[in-house]
Design a binder for this molecule. Structure first.
Ligand code: EZ4
Ligand code: CO
Length: 402
């Protein structure tokens, strides 16, 4: 089954997406998401200039060999752009293989380990009471796991505070917007938010919170400890994770579960975090971590150490990526939870999908392959629009992690 075409589709139906479409000689095609938020054109060029010419003529059935060919063959290993490109190829080849066998992808990954996939949504507000109302709204929609973020009094802009109820899109057109940050104000505020949320919603609902890489390990330890009475499902990205050893310090100070990994590219970014049981949830995305093939290796390592999976699923991960994640989530034994942010109406029109949401869970559907398609003619009506993620400065102007 030779590959005859590998086409890169860049479009902006509500936001920018990069999609790879691989076609074979017998007419079967597969899709892969290659979107890296704010750096879309770099992956598009990597794919069309450097990868597509290598794919034409290859046997589409040889997924692992193609993965190793692109990874080892580039010489320059790892990195978000390379791994997103490899991830797109890998996902498209899994889609093709599953379609050619007339099976939904999860059947090729070992079959269903559960009936459906637990998901969480993002609730956010401009103050504590606004956030209480947003969490109530998600609970009413059937969510049993809800991430809560609130604007911090005294800081004009805060990560995670959405523009719409179901929709959170941090990228903005033009050059990066500048946010302002104070760890001191944040650390004093967040426990008050979760005290209020537990009072309102009781102990059953799963509450999550994303620190977005903004604290030092000891600050994260303090936050985790101060949130223990409110028993969070997890505290996400408490500190930048380039220094995996930093998480030892967090573990010494708190039993609040820790999740990390949405910016990771490979198993090498998390192998120490997993082997030392410094985290509870590993959040690598299908698109940014080399696709289904590499994510399975991470999940299998994590299983040995009782670390569960929790794929990144923000709005900038396309419906192709979400579908791939849902098949993976349904199949792997050590699945924990899946992030799910609704896509815009334009995105939903361009990407037709079989996955469904019901009562706080999702199901990938039983169509052959990923169960997702792209309307190329419609996608062409939404040309790329330059957009960037924000940057972040402390109150005194010092650059900080966004
Ligand atoms: O900021 O996907 O948990 N979700 C997140 C996301 C990320 C964006 C970056 O592109 O942290 O909202
Ligand atoms: Co996050």
């Amino acid at each position: 089954m030779r590959i005859t075409d590998a086409k890169v589709i860049v479009s902006c139906p509500g936001r920018n997406f990069v999609t790879l479409k691989i076609t074979t000689e017998d007419g079967i095609y597969g899709l892969g998401d290659a979107t890296v938020n704010g750096r879309e054109l770099a992956v598009a060029s990597y794919l069309s200039d450097h990868v597509a010419p290598l794919l034409v003529g290859r046997d589409a059935r040889r997924i692992e060999d193609t993965w190793q060919y692109l990874y080892k063959g580039a010489y320059w290993r790892r990195g978000p752009i390379t791994m997103a490109a490899i991830g797109a190829v890998d996902t498209a080849l899994w889609d093709i293989k599953a379609k050619s066998l007339d099976a939904p992808l999860y059947q090729l990954l070992g079959g269903a380990s559960r009936e459906s996939v637990l998901v969480y949504g993002h609730a956010s507000g401009n103050d504590v009471e606004d956030t209480v109302a947003a969490v109530a709204d998600f609970a009413k929609r059937g969510y049993t796991a809800i991430r809560a973020q609130s604007a911090i009094p005294g800081i004009p802009s805060t990560y995670g505070v959405g523009r719409g109820k179901l929709y959170y899109e941090p990228a903005e057109s033009g050059n990066p917007p500048e946010n302002v940050w104070s760890s001191e104000l944040y650390l004093n505020f967040v426990p008050r938010l979760f005290e209020r949320l537990r009072k309102e919603f009781g102990s059953e609902v799963h509450l999550l919170h994303d620190v977005h890489h903004r604290l030092t390990p000891i600050e994260a330890g303090r936050l985790g400890r101060s949130l223990e009475p409110y028993h969070l499902f997890w505290l996400e990205d408490p500190t930048p994770a380039e220094l995996q050893e930093g998480f030892r310090l967090i573990r010494q100070h708190t039993t609040t579960p820790i999740a990390v990994g949405e910016v990771f590219n490979t198993i090498f970014d998390c192998q120490l975090l997993i082997r030392e049981q410094l985290i509870d949830y590993i959040r690598n995305a299908v698109v940014h971590s080399g696709g289904i093939s590499h994510l399975l290796k991470i999940a299998h390592l994590a299983e040995l150490y009782q670390v569960r999976t929790a794929c990144h699923g923000a709005t900038d991960l396309s419906p192709v990526c979400l579908a791939a994640a849902l098949h993976f989530d349904l199949a792997v034994h050590n699945f924990g939870i899946q992030e799910y942010m609704h896509h815009s109406a334009e995105t939903e029109r361009v990407f037709k999908h079989g996955y469904t949401f019901s009562q706080g869970t999702m199901y990938p559907g039983d169509a052959p392959g990923l169960g997702v398609d792209i309307d190329e003619a419609l996608a062409a009506q939404y040309p790329y629009q330059r957009a960037c993620l924000p940057v972040n400065r402390k109150l005194d102007g010092t650059m900080h992690s966004w």
